[in-house]
Design a protein around this ligand. Structure first.
Ligand SMILES: CC(C)(COP(=O)(O)OP(=O)(O)OC[C@H]1O[C@@H](n2cnc3c(N)ncnc32)[C@H](O)[C@@H]1OP(=O)(O)O)[C@@H](O)C(=O)NCCC(=O)NCCS
Length: 311
């Protein structure tokens, strides 16, 4: 018997594309439908609507109408199948300076339980964005790999593409991650800044509404962020010389520190009973701050004192 090489599964080879024409959305949406079905994602059920064709058209239209939107997708070189897709939005200015965006789920028929639930959860989902992402930033809006092609580096290819663009534009990155995506994003330098649950606890909507709610909700998710360039450290670390000096907690503010243009901080209050603090020229809360203008920051003596400010 001739010695045969041991049979080893051949790893598919992949290619990353940036979407250029509407035609490509059919394959992208097909990949999304397969990917968000495993594990089941109730929020995707809200977004996808009643028809695949309608979803393809809507996805293309939203992309065309939104200058911040860039889609990438990955194909299996052998089969040509789209096996992963990701939408990135890059905002050079705060997109929420006029408040939270409004999105009505008009792809569902008016008056139906699914329409009521969809309108409610979309509003709930978007309402926190100005508070959390109210700075110039990049956001990953959709990120999905076909279940048959997971753990092969497809997600990483699309992530690396977007992180390169974000770093070039000097933008921090956000994502509202599913439970399934959390470890993947952590691997790419993201940290959880808020844990939230999407649901529609609207009273007196009737049994049909409650049945839809039970099928799709609740959906736990994590707001995660990757600081500018993927770098973070204690803000009073000498390596981050633009940092705000830590206050001593005894009621006296430390001397003024001037924050340079474009300084970006991720702030988390630890061992404190409060989650935000007012400084002169700047209000700081758990989350993210990007300072665009030179601003002398001093702690407002009437405000809570910060004992520990760490990243
Ligand atoms: C999250 C997701 C996009 C990852 O895609 P992927 O193509 O499998 O990612 P990669 O192969 O590049 O994974 C890179 C690394 O991330 C980590 N990772 C990826 N998915 C993970 C998971 N479900 N659990 C734990 N770690 C995971 C692993 O460390 C992995 O390396 P490994 O395979 O050597 O262990 C994919 O699991 C998915 O489509 N999930 C369903 C849709 C979803 O929830 N998307 C996130 C929405 S915000």
């Amino acid at each position: 018997m001739p010695l045969l090489p041991s049979p080893r599964a051949k790893m598919p080879s992949f290619r990353l594309h940036e979407q250029k024409s509407d035609d490509e959305f059919e394959a992208i949406v097909d990949c999304e439908n397969a990917g968000y079905a495993t594990p089941f994602n109730g929020f995707w059920e809200v977004l996808k609507g009643p028809s695949v064709d309608g979803l393809v058209k809507r996805t293309a239209q939203w992309h065309r109408d939104d200058k911040s939107s860039r889609w990438v997708y990955v194909t299996d070189e052998e089969t040509g199948e789209c096996v992963g897709a990701m939408e990135w939005n890059f905002y050079e200015e705060n997109p929420y300076s006029h408040g939270a965006p409004e999105l009505i789920a008009d792809w569902w028929d008016e008056g139906t339980p699914i329409r009521k639930l969809s309108d409610y959860v979309l509003k709930a989902f978007l309402k926190d964005r100005p508070h959390i992402m109210g700075i110039p930033h990049a956001v990953i809006s959709y990120c999905v790999t076909r279940p048959t092609h997971r753990h092969m580096g497809v997600g990483t290819m699309m992530m690396e593409w977007g992180l390169k663009v974000a770093d070039k534009m000097a933008l921090p990155v956000f994502v509202e991650s599913t439970e399934d995506g959390e470890k993947f994003y952590e691997k790419h330098g993201f940290k959880v800044i808020e844990s939230l649950v999407l649901d529609a606890p609207v009273p007196n909507q009737g049994i049909d509404f409650e049945q839809v709610r039970e099928r799709l909700m609740p959906v736990p998710y994590f707001v995660m962020t990757r600081p500018l360039g993927g770098k973070s450290g204690p803000i009073n670390d000498p390596k981050h010389s633009n940092g705000i000096k830590q206050t001593n907690g005894a009621g006296t503010a430390e001397p003024t520190n001037t924050i340079s243009n474009g300084s970006y901080f991720q702030v988390q209050f630890v061992d404190c009973s409060f989650t935000n603090c007012h400084f002169n020229n700047c209000s700081i809360s758990n989350g993210n701050i990007l300072l665009r203008n030179e601003a002398p920051i001093t702690q407002d003596p009437s405000s809570n004192q910060v004992n520990t400010l760490a990243l």
